[in-house]
Design a binder for this molecule. Structure first.
Ligand code: GDP
Ligand code: MG
Length: 165
């Protein structure tokens, strides 16, 4: 069957922007719409001659801050069960938040042999690209700075993920 890659992370880090860039579609809503995004959240990505299914787990995370931690973790549990690889996204322009640390801990502890990748997003400049190294403290072996908006680093991220599938 086609491999499935899940995109995880707290709200506003750029999961949907990444998903939309990769699937070249509008299947997942970007922005600050209140409530739950009910649009389709599965897409397909073709890269290096191989097509992979992608899921934006944030598509079903409500915006309500109070519900965020439990929903992020529930989504991560589902991803750990169903996905063949997981890309955790953080916002490279802000300090790490506690949900980032807790999510990273959950994925690294429960991931087993599942390939895990950290995408440090919003690295729109060379300077930001270099700063992504700071996020190695989360414990991921695979750390890739990207700009989901501008495309920087995306090809390298896909090369790494595809090689692990
Ligand atoms: P999600 O909640 O994780 O799905 O995040 P979204 O994809 O909705 O993005 C949240 C905000 O971050 C939006 O305003 C995006 O335009 C912005 N954003 C996403 N990727 C980038 C990026 O690479 N660079 C910059 N500067 N902003 C980005
Ligand atoms: Mg989203």
């Amino acid at each position: 069957r086609m491999p499935l890659v899940a995109i995880c992370g707290r709200p506003n880090v750029g999961k949907s922007t990444l998903f939309n860039r990769l699937t070249e579609s509008r299947r997942s809503i970007v922005g600050d719409e209140p409530g739950i995004t009910r649009d389709r959240i599965y897409g397909e990505v073709e890269w290096s001659g191989r097509t992979v299914r992608l899921v934006d787990t944030g598509g079903v995370i409500p915006d309500d801050e109070a519900l965020i931690p439990s929903e992020i973790f529930r989504q991560a549990q589902v991803a750990l069960e169903e996905a063949d690889a997981i890309i955790m996204v953080v916002d490279g322009r802000t300090e790490l938040a506690s949900p980032d640390r807790e999510l990273a801990r959950l994925l690294l502890r429960s991931g087993g042999k599942k390939p895990l990748f950290l995408a440090v997003n919003k690295a729109d400049s060379a300077e930001m690209f270099a700063q992504a190294e700071n996020f190695r403290q989360l414990g991921f072996k695979n750390v890739q700075p990207i700009s989901a908006e501008h495309g920087n680093g995306i090809g390298d991220l896909l090369d790494e993920v595809w090689a692990a599938l």
